[in-house]
Design a protein around this ligand. Structure first.
Ligand code: FMN
Length: 387
């Protein structure tokens, strides 16, 4: 974004502002993906490559972007994805995010590894929020977390299945976020803080405590991905199978969404194990680099599962027009990850609020110019497949 621009207009404008505001290691932690970041790039490139059909001379004076999913009415088919450490990007970040989501009437999903705890987010929200969970070896601890979630009003659990082990993200390695910093490296990393004084004051000074709020009894600090990784290595359960989802299903009587599905067989297994919905996701290109983009996989999963299955997708959604493309490709709704964190880092709750309004406006314009007045009218007929 050229420096003369006074008002951020698009997701990438917020990314640009976040880059200036955040210490480099935090910006790269959000921005990066695994290995050569090929899947990360494909997630957005494949959205851009999709063409849509312009339709004219239809009555588009009333556009309704709202829809009902899992018994709730959303203002548009979009929810905020779970993002670990979001509270390091802005002061008590998850609290600001849930308030912005409330305002826009879209769901907010709290990560297991958030800075703000379930209880802190619950005290700030006026709508139920979602909770994302990873399977831990200590099933008693999983049950405790589920109990905490339920007691603060969580009705929808998002269970993430694509992080049996943590994918290698080279940017985090280079920045020492994955550990291994020399003394000189630590000194250079510390210099990043005075170089970003607005962040240092907002988060470094005023945003404490910097702990994994939900896990503070288990993980004493949350300053780095290294803390997270060492905890994951010892606590996450790589032996988890669909049988464990059946166990989880028996513990949780709310909605269950399985996140991190990339093929038809796994999608069928998720529903067979009791899922109410799935998220077609490659974890934003942060896990297995080399897999196809989520948007390219979504149509085949919809075709195999039929119309009745609730299918959400994420990865690469950067505008309201992308939401329309995702719907036309077979998704009921999308999650956005990086976009919401960039807006939050750049401008806090007000920035995220504005970004969500922008998504909605972009959706409405895209619907009007493709001739769709309601969400159900966004079918694959909206896509220009050259036929
Ligand atoms: C910085 C960052 C942290 C993330 N942390 C989590 C997490 O704690 N739990 C989870 O299920 N997914 C996590 N994800 C994945 C997102 O929920 C989501 O799948 C992904 O960001 C979607 O891609 P997008 O960023 O292109 O929108 C994270 C993604 C990013 C970028």
């Amino acid at each position: 974004m050229p420096s003369l621009n006074l008002v951020p207009a698009s997701t990438l404008d917020y990314r640009h502002l976040a880059k200036k505001k955040l210490p480099r290691n935090l910006f790269d932690y959000i921005d990066g993906g695994a290995y050569s970041e090929a899947t990360l790039a494909a997630n957005t490139a494949n959205f851009e490559a999709l063409h849509i059909k312009q339709r004219v001379m239809r009555d588009v004076s009333n556009i309704d972007t709202s829809l009902e999913i899992l018994g709730e009415r959303w203002a548009m088919p979009l929810a905020l994805a779970p993002i670990g450490l979001a509270g390091m990007m802005a002061r008590r970040g998850e609290v600001q995010a849930v308030k912005a989501a409330n305002h826009a009437n879209v769901p907010f999903c709290l990560s297991t590894v958030s800075i703000c705890a379930l209880e802190e987010v619950a005290s700030a929200t006026i709508q139920p929020f979602w909770f994302q969970l990873y399977m831990m070896r200590d099933r008693g601890y999983v049950r405790d977390l589920l109990g905490r979630a339920k007691s603060v009003g969580v009705k929808t659990l998002v269970f993430t299945v694509d992080l049996a082990v943590v994918g290698a993200r080279y940017r985090d390695v280079r920045n020492g976020m994955a550990g291994g910093l020399s003394t000189l490296g630590k000194l250079r990393a510390a210099l990043e803080y005075p170089l970003h004084p607005a962040w240092a004051f907002d988060v470094g000074v005023k945003g404490k405590p910097h702990v994994f709020g939900n896990l503070s009894d288990k993980v004493p600090t949350a300053k780095s991905v290294a803390d997270f990784k060492s905890w994951v290595d010892t606590q996450f359960d790589p032996s988890c199978t669909w049988k464990d989802i059946e166990w989880l299903r028996a513990q949780w009587d709310g909605h269950l969404i399985i996140k991190g599905i990339l093929n038809v067989d796994d999608a069928k297994s998720a529903f067979a194990a009791g899922a109410d919905a799935i998220v077609v996701s490659n974890h934003g290109g942060r896990q297995l680099d080399g897999v196809a983009s989520s948007i390219s996989i979504t149509p085949r999963i919809r075709n195999a599962l039929g119309d009745a299955a609730t299918i959400i997708m994420d990865g690469g959604v950067r505008s309201g027009q992308d939401v329309l493309k995702a719907r036309a490709s077979g998704a009921d709704a999308v999650l956005i990850g990086r976009p919401w964190v960039w807006a939050l880092a750049a401008r806090g709750q007000a920035g995220l609020h504005k970004l969500l309004a922008t998504f909605k406006a972009e959706m409405a314009v895209s619907m009007a110019l493709t001739g769709a007045t309601s969400i159900v009218e966004i079918t694959d007929g909206v896509l220009d497949l050259g036929n």
